[in-house]
Write a protein that binds this ligand. Structure first.
Ligand SMILES: *Cc1c(COP(=O)(O)O)cnc(C)c1O
Length: 396
């Protein structure tokens, strides 16, 4: 029976490869970190992980994970509401609420699930969801699962958002949904202006903090801190898989009744397993660690500043950013691929993106900085950028 379907799949896969969009995976044979070791024993500097605070191999988090595994076991074999809730899950929910200054928090296996399970329990066909055009795939999928009327506004464009809000007065409730930091340009959503418009047009506000939490704001607490919007955001979603340790796990945090309704009705929460105790235990330790001092966030901010300044001085065209994502603009798609390949040969891993991941004619190299990068490693990456830039005619 498989034969016809197999040839269909092979043809589709060939098309993906011919379009240059076939994704290959690099096999890392070390911990995740600023420097990684590959299967052939070679080493590379890693500038393409979301390991913003450098915690993916933190001894303190590893120790907390082991300790919790010893005291609370390996797995829960249950969803939360049947018999999958431990003290450590409740502690983690409390820690997330404290971090974001919110009333309550619900955990998920991933932020993909948090976003997938947030709209359908809260909104019906009578309501409106107004979504930024560059929002993450998981928000797009979550919106698809909900019957609410959809509006889409151009990325961070407040005039376009206002137009959507005016049209959406036809619906019962409205919610504006945005990523905190957009992962391709590294730009920050103008949350203060979004909240102003939400108040003017009677709408709720949701922000996905996946790339912003731990990164933006004076002490890294995300876009609500950056724009002083505490109390004005109704829902934050986020991941434990980026700055917050890099393992796995997601959360939705916000108003008490919203979280309560999600616990009753959110399908990825009701029908999917609890976070493993070791992840919850390590994450509790993580929030404790972040509350003690701001050194990791300070190191990240200094690294971003240093890298950006040196790259601009070298003559590269870099999108303005308030995040740890640095888009080095090349505009030309094949060039972006040659550039990334040449960087890999220099032992520097960065990602080349082009259409359809970014708009046509906007190809770029994305660099993700981490608190774990040393000055020496940053200098090595910058030197490689300059060398490759000259070789490929990007720099004079
Ligand atoms: C990475 C990311 C997610 C998915 O997070 P996971 O916990 O890995 O599922 C969701 N939203 C945004 C904006 C992201 O960047």
């Amino acid at each position: 029976m498989y034969g016809k379907f197999q040839s269909y799949l092979s043809e589709e896969l060939d098309k993906i490869a011919q379009a240059g969009l076939y994704k290959k995976e690099r096999c890392i044979c070390s911990e995740q970190g600023a420097e990684i070791t590959l299967a052939d024993g070679s080493k590379a500097l890693n500038f393409c992980a979301n390991n913003y605070l450098g915690l993916a191999n933190s001894p303190r988090l590893l120790e907390a994970a082991k300790r919790t595994m010893d005291s609370r076991g390996y797995g829960m074999s249950s969803v939360r509401f049947i018999c999958g809730t431990q003290d450590v899950h409740l502690e983690l929910e409390k820690a997330v609420s404290e971090y974001f200054h919110t009333e309550d928090t619900i955990l998920y296996a991933a932020c993909f699930d948090a976003n997938g399970g947030v709209f359908e329990p809260l909104f019906t066909a009578e309501d409106a969801i107004i979504s930024d055009s560059l929002n993450h795939a998981s928000i797009i999928d979550g919106v698809r699962l909900c019957k609410a009327v959809r509006y889409r506004y151009a990325n961070a464009d407040m005039e376009d958002l206002e137009r959507c809000l005016q049209q959406a007065q036809a619906q019962r409730f409205r919610i504006i949904v945005t990523d905190g930091v957009f992962s391709m340009d590294g730009n920050v959503a103008p949350l203060d202006k979004i909240c102003d418009l939400a108040e003017k047009y009677d709408a709720l506000v949701m922000v996905d903090e996946s790339h912003s939490a731990g990164v933006v704001g004076a002490t890294g607490h995300g876009v609500a801190e950056l724009f002083d919007c505490y109390g004005r955001v109704d829902i934050h979603t986020g991941t434990l898989g980026k700055a917050f340790g890099g393992a796995v796990g997601g959360f939705t945090t916000g108003r008490k009744e919203i979280i309560d309704m999600l616990r009753q009705r959110s399908r990825p929460y009701l029908f999917s397993n609890s976070l493993p105790p070791m992840i919850a235990g390590a994450a509790v330790e993580l929030f404790k660690m972040l509350s003690e001092d701001n050194s990791l966030h300070d190191a990240l901010v200094q690294n971003v500043e240093y890298f950006r300044t040196k790259m601009l001085d070298a003559g590269f065209d870099i999108k303005p950013t308030q995040s740890a994502i640095c888009a080095v603009m090349l505009y030309d798609a094949p060039l972006s691929q040659r550039f990334a390949a040449a960087m890999a040969e220099e032992g520097i891993f960065v990602t080349g993106f082009y259409y359809p991941v970014v708009p046509a004619g906007q190809a770029r190299i994305r660099v993700q900085l981490s608190a774990a990068h040393s000055r020496e490693q940053l200098d090595k990456a910058i030197a490689a950028f300059v060398k490759v830039g000259k070789n490929l005619g990007v720099l004079k």
